[in-house]
Design a binder for this molecule. Structure first.
Ligand code: GUN
Length: 289
């Protein structure tokens, strides 16, 4: 079997068109332009590209984007002061602090400082708690993109065994939490695997849907996948040989039924979901929180 591709790029285009229409309606009804403030600390080249792409995507759908660039020498207190200012600024609806932050800055301390109603990454403990309880305010961008990719391609999730490799706060944990909830696009049986999992291939071979987010190039090989499974690759590993996902694409595509390419799979969806969350943040603030 050769898997068919799950085209994240095409879906992201469609989602962006949908957001653009909703943004135009919002502006017409409220007289306010949704605004995202992106905070970039230091000069990590990959982060620069991600932030630029996020800003471009905002502008294309009618969302204002403001970039706050701070040097790698910025202190934690200076960063916290900027976040406090953005929290108070009523013209800013969403705040995104690009990760990773330079060494010496306590990431959780900074993310906890973002006002929960402006937390378009859904990293604040209040928003994570709401997701865990099945009453989300914002959904985290990458897991939400993956969920939409599955739902809009008609891949059954309810009752399926989803195996997530990776337990990060950004992808693995929230992904598992979202798919185990009751309701449409969820109701899955979920296993979370990680670096300490014993006999990983025995578990991944049980997956109807295998979601991989561990940050190791070509980690998942063909023998780790059940024939006919759906494989979603969240990895973006820049190596000397080029950009690779966490999945050995050429080998796994001969075993799986559906597979995401890298690039062009999950990446573009993450940005589309950020736009959705920024609009939602503007709505929440227009409604008085
Ligand atoms: N760095 C890598 N992924 C992300 C993300 O989803 N949000 C932010 N803010 N930074 C990231």
């Amino acid at each position: 079997m050769t898997a068919t591709l799950l085209d994240g790029k095409a879906l992201a285009n469609q989602l962006r068109e949908e957001v653009a229409e909703k943004v135009a309606d919002f502006i017409e009804n409220n007289g306010t332009v949704p605004c995202l403030a992106a905070v970039l600390v230091g000069d990590d080249p990959a982060s620069e590209i991600y932030v630029r792409n996020k800003q471009k995507a905002c502008e294309r759908v009618g969302i204002e984007s403001r970039l706050h660039r701070l040097s790698a020498q910025t202190s934690q207190d200076e960063l916290l002061a900027l976040i406090a200012k953005l929290n108070k600024d009523t013209s800013v609806h969403g705040i995104l602090v690009q990760l990773p932050l330079p060494k010496g800055i306590h990431e959780k301390r900074v993310l906890d400082a973002v006002h929960p109603l402006k937390d378009v990454d859904a990293f604040h403990p209040e928003n994570v708690g709401r997701i865990a309880q099945g009453r989300p305010r914002f959904l985290p961008c990458t897991p939400h993109g993956v969920q939409q990719l599955l739902v809009r391609n008609g891949i059954p999730i309810g009752g399926s065994h989803v195996v997530v490799i990776g337990r990060s706060e950004i992808v693995g944990k929230p992904m598992a939490m979202m798919l185990v909830q009751r309701g449409d696009g969820a109701d899955a049986t979920v296993s979370i695997c990680h670096s300490r999992t014993r006999d990983l291939p025995a578990i991944t071979r049980l997956a109807d849907i295998l979601i991989v987010a561990i940050g190791r190039a070509k980690f998942v090989t063909g023998d780790m996948v059940k024939p006919g499974a759906v494989v979603v690759d969240v990895g973006m590993n820049r190596t000397d040989e080029g950009l690779f996902g966490d999945v050995d694409f050429e080998a796994v595509r001969e075993v799986a039924s559906r597979i995401t390419p890298v690039p062009g799979g999950v990446g573009p969806l993450t940005i589309a979901m950020l736009l959705e969350n920024t609009l939602e943040a503007a709505r929440l603030q227009a409604a008085g929180g």
